[in-house]
Write a protein that binds this ligand. Structure first.
Ligand code: HPA
Length: 275
């Protein structure tokens, strides 16, 4: 007999609870090249995905594939070090299972860090942004299909999908720490290829200012479950104007993300303190 998605969430949650025995306040999802943030956590438990029921393995270079539970600045945090991407072949429910599980563990806040291409003329590689809004170009959605009312409403409102209070706090912290932080609109595509010049240009025209291959599925589910979310991105490659585009490898994306990790870490850890 196949286990329902709801029961899978319950099963994964039960396993994690049996280990951490505590209610985390904040979940942090760490994207490409941003995994070292876990060094700041006073670690109590590390749980590899391979032992959690229903969690698929993480396959992408730069993604560790473990949950890290511990304390940071007086808050109980659970970090997803290594995420699932749609382009890996997982379905949208698999990609977003950890977010469902975080909510079931009792988390109220979701903080996401990810790598993006910059499609605004003022953004340079190595800049960071806080996402204010998104455009979903995945042509898929984890909320498609029959709605399970135990998880959330049929028609979730997206107005404050990116929590305005958290965005404001990020800017306050950035200013105090002399970090240049842009607001951004995240254009989400499935990948795995980087975009063509025509696609970068199209994204710019429709109003996106950064582009990435993740985050949107997680935010849709977070909104469905009424988690307050905040997304910070590392701009790893300049993609606008079109004349500024250079060839980019995944290793370069990882390297630039690691160079700016400190700035993102500073904002995330101080945000955690103020939440
Ligand atoms: N496109 C999509 N995703 C990305 C990029 C990009 O240019 N850079 C980092 N992640």
């Amino acid at each position: 007999m196949t286990v329902s998605y709801y029961n899978q969430i319950v099963e994964s949650t039960k396993y994690i609870k049996s280990i951490i025995k505590d209610k985390p306040d904040i979940a942090i999802v760490l994207g490409t090249g941003l995994g070292n943030f876990t060094d700041q956590i006073e670690v109590k438990h590390i749980i590899p995905y391979s032992v959690i029921p229903n969690f698929p393995p993480a396959t992408v270079k730069g993604h560790a594939g473990q949950l890290v539970y511990g304390e940071l600045n007086g808050k109980k945090v659970i970090a997803q070090n290594g995420r699932y991407h749609y382009y890996e072949g997982y379905n949208m429910q698999e990609v977003t299972l950890p977010i469902r599980v975080f909510k079931f563990l009792g988390v109220s806040y979701l903080l996401i860090a990810s790598a993006t291409g910059g499609i605004h003329e003022d953004y340079e590689a190595g800049d960071i942004t806080v996402v204010n809004d998104h455009i979903n170009l995945h042509y898929n959605n984890p909320l498609l299909g029959p709605n399970d009312d135990r998880l959330g409403p049929r028609f979730p409102d997206m107005t404050d999908a990116y929590n305005p209070k958290l965005i404001e706090l990020c800017h306050e912290i950035a200013q105090e720490n002399k970090i240049n932080l842009h607001n951004s609109v995240y254009g989400g595509l499935p990948g795995p290829n980087l975009e063509t010049k025509a696609e970068y240009n199209y994204l710019h025209i429709i109003g996106a200012t950064v582009v990435g291959m993740s985050t949107i599925p997680e935010i849709l589910v977070a909104r469905h479950m009424e988690l307050s979310s905040c997304v910070l991105t590392a701009v790893t490659n300049k993609c606008f104007p079109i004349s500024a585009i250079r060839k980019v490898t995944h290793q370069e994306v990882i390297d630039v993300a690691q160079q700016v990790e400190q700035k993102i870490s500073t904002i995330v850890s101080k945000l955690i303190m103020r939440i």
